[in-house]
Design a protein around this ligand. Structure first.
Ligand SMILES: [Cu+2]
Length: 181
């Protein structure tokens, strides 16, 4: 008799189902797909008053930084404008179910030939921090490299005090080798 103001078990079940379903769908929505294009090209580069024509990515030495968040998918198109065969390795990235995107030429892929391009497609899972990318064929790695920065997921703090500023420092030897030897 009388009116009950308690929600029915069916309604409570519906609420719980909705909450769980929404939670499952919110997580992947935070991750995005990021697109990059790396043009492998010759470029005159000057360091310490010395100019050299070298193989670069996008005319930069060191190459451009790639930035993503943990959980993001990266689609990186590499276009080869030089006479050498090319492949790019994403150093330190765990290629989970995307081994074909790892980069070692003649091991996980055929190199990208002159005038051709290839899209590296992988998702960053369970990793954050600063890694680097580099050519993975012959000695082209001496000039083809750059930083690969993985930020924490949105809303997830750094595992240390948040830095005021970040400056990637990357070491290379190509020009010094030419000067001193
Ligand atoms: Cu490597």
């Amino acid at each position: 008799m009388g009116i009950s103001f308690l929600p029915s078990p069916t309604f409570l079940g519906f609420l719980l189902f909705s909450f769980v379903t929404l939670s499952l769908h919110l997580e992947p929505a935070l991750a995005i797909t990021r697109h990059y294009r790396l043009d492998v090209m010759l470029q005159n580069v000057t360091r310490l008053c010395h100019t050299k024509n070298m193989v670069t990515v996008n005319g930069k030495f060191p190459g451009p930084r790639i930035v993503a968040r943990e959980g993001d998918r990266l689609l990186i198109q590499v276009v080869n404008h030089v006479q050498n065969n090319i492949s790019i390795h994403w150093h330190g990235i765990r290629q989970l179910r995307s081994g074909w995107a790892d980069g070692p030429a003649y091991i996980t892929q055929c190199p990208i030939q002159t005038g051709q391009s290839y899209v590296y497609n992988y998702t960053i899972v369970g990793q954050r921090g600063t890694l680097w990318w580099h050519a993975h064929i012959s000695w082209l790695r001496s000039t083809l490299y750059g930083p690969l920065i993985i930020l924490p997921k949105l809303g997830t703090p750094y595992p240390f005090v948040k830095p005021y500023k970040e400056v990637p420092i990357i070491f290379g030897t190509e020009l010094y080798t030419q000067i001193y030897f």
